[in-house]
Design a protein around this ligand. Sequence first.
Ligand SMILES: [Zn+2]
Length: 117
Amino acid sequence: MSLFWDLQGPLSPASSMAAAQAESGARAAQRQASDVEARLDRILLACEAMWTLLREKLGLTDVELIERVNAIDLSDGKLDGQVRRTPASCPKCGRTISMRFPKCMYCGQAIVHDPFA
Ligand SMILES: [Zn+2]
């Protein structure tokens, strides 16, 4: 018998349903976190494979990689392990454009997005 039963009696049907929904939501969030972790592992593996190929085939060094990582990190003014991109502007009308659409929603200009933005 649970502590809640001892102190407050049985849970009401509404409370039981809310608890079941919360438990289901927690399980779904846990599955999503596991999926993201698995995807991150695959990305890290591919990144390491690409880097070792570049190092072997082109003679690049780890120091050069670290310097480039730091330069990109500093592109937003802060060496904090993150890159914050400023919103892009339409080259035709100058308005702020969404990265979700292939065309400017104001003037229809085709947009070539930065693949790393
Ligand atoms: Zn535009």
